[in-house]
Design a protein around this ligand. Structure first.
Ligand SMILES: C[S@@+](CC[C@H](N)C(=O)[O-])C[C@H]1O[C@@H](n2cnc3c(N)ncnc32)[C@H](O)[C@@H]1O
Length: 255
């Protein structure tokens, strides 16, 4: 079953929802939040492992993570288990009881870090994001990523008709190098968020999760260590709040 349908934005009442996006390291950001203050975490960390794995030749990085002058577009989150455990412990602390968390993984990081999620949350399943079109890869070319779905306490899904393979086309024209389709986050919210929930993404990038949160009638709190990401995400949310239109993903091109 494909789940690539686009849901229409809910313009009514959008302006009454709050968005708080800070330029901050994910762990510092989470530490600044009170205990049990968010209702749903949906996040897409910038793991360093895959890029280190993909370095070849003279240290060339495959992909879009560079800007002129050889510097990468943005910092990556250290893949060491201690840092990741600290991140997960903070996620658990800020999440209310009986709530869900979705964490995106590339294949490399899923094998190195994915099992650690079990130390902090009750892992329910791994969802496959089928991007439809082929990406890069030295052996089999990559077409999917994974999303670990877990809970803190017990909570039923709001939708019981969703498969664990989500067919959502990758974005070809992106304003931000790792910008994900809003539809991915919409599916997470359709399954796990009630209107009025506080949705949190500590690696918010261009703000795709924030757009999904606003459209679902939720508040959003998030962070990114990169100033350009924060500027982009804030202006994107301003546009969605004022007009209902997402300037980075126009609806006709999202089918
Ligand atoms: C995979 S991208 C997120 C993309 C986002 N989901 C979107 O749709 O635009 C990961 C983001 O994490 C940010 N980042 C890297 N290290 C970070 C850290 N230590 N704390 C917070 N953000 C960090 C990067 O700047 C990047 O924007």
């Amino acid at each position: 079953m494909a789940v690539s349908a686009v849901s229409a934005p809910r313009v009514d009442g959008l302006a009454q929802h709050t968005v708080d996006i800070r330029q901050q390291d994910c762990i510092a950001f989470l530490r600044s939040l009170p205990d049990a203050s968010v209702d749903l975490i949906v996040t897409d960390p910038a793991y360093s492992g895959m890029n280190q794995h993909m370095q070849f030749g003279h240290g060339r990085i495959v992909g879009h993570y560079r800007q002129p002058g050889n510097a990468r577009w943005f910092a990556e989150f250290s893949d060491d288990p201690d840092t990741y455990r600290t991140f997960l412990a903070e996620c658990r602390r800020v999440l209310r009881d009986h709530r869900h968390i979705y964490i995106m993984f590339d294949s490399f990081s899923l094998l190195s870090l994915g099992a650690l999620v079990r130390e902090f949350f009750d892992v329910k399943c791994v969802i496959v994001w089928d991007k439809v079109h082929l990406g890069m890869g030295h052996y089999f070319r990559r077409r999917h990523e994974q999303i670990v779905f877990a809970s803190k306490g017990h909570r039923k899904l709001l939708r019981r008709d969703l498969p664990d393979v989500w067919t959502v086309q990758r974005l070809h024209r992106r304003a931000y190098p790792t910008q994900k389709p809003v539809r991915l986050f919409e599916l997470m919210l359709e399954a796990s968020a009630e209107p009025g929930f506080v949705v949190c993404d500590p690696f918010c990038g261009s703000g795709s999760a924030a757009v999904a949160a606003l459209r679902a009638g939720c508040d959003f709190t998030g962070a990114d260590s990169d100033a350009r990401a924060v500027t982009l995400a804030r202006s994107r949310c301003d546009a969605v709040l004022s007009s209902g239109e997402d300037p980075l993903e126009r609806l006709p091109s999202r089918a």
